[in-house]
Design a binder for this molecule. Structure first.
Ligand SMILES: [Zn+2]
Length: 116
């Protein structure tokens, strides 16, 4: 008699892909699970950050968990400046706004669910 015991730990239907490092917590994650952020020059030597939701903006990208804490950490450490090879602290308001809209409802709510 054969019993199946494979349902617990086998990830099915989970796409594999390139691994990126979150610039907030420095954790490694599949790129599809991270947000890509790019910097656009405003022409005055300043940079404005944009969330690349479609994943097709040109230029260097910084990768970030969809987690408010990672965003806060990245801003505090000036990780964007380093990751995007830009000068000076960029305008992060668009990214902050994106997080506020996308993940409204507080910090307790997580999109990640773990069923064991
Ligand atoms: Zn992170």
């Amino acid at each position: 008699m054969i019993q199946r015991e494979t349902s617990a730990s086998t990830p099915i239907g989970r796409p594999q892909g390139p691994i990126r490092t979150c610039i907030g917590c420095r954790g490694r994650e599949l790129a599809v699970d991270l947000l890509r952020v790019t910097a656009e020059s405003d022409g005055n030597g300043e940079y404005v950050l944009t969330v690349d939701s479609a994943g097709n903006l040109p230029g260097r990208g910084a990768w970030l968990h969809p987690d408010q804490q990672c965003l806060d950490t990245a801003i505090r450490r000036r990780a964007f400046t380093r990751a995007l090879r830009i000068t000076g602290p960029p305008d992060t308001s668009a990214v902050v706004q994106h997080y506020a809209v996308e993940f409204e409802g507080g910090t307790e709510r997580s999109t990640r669910q773990q069923n064991r």
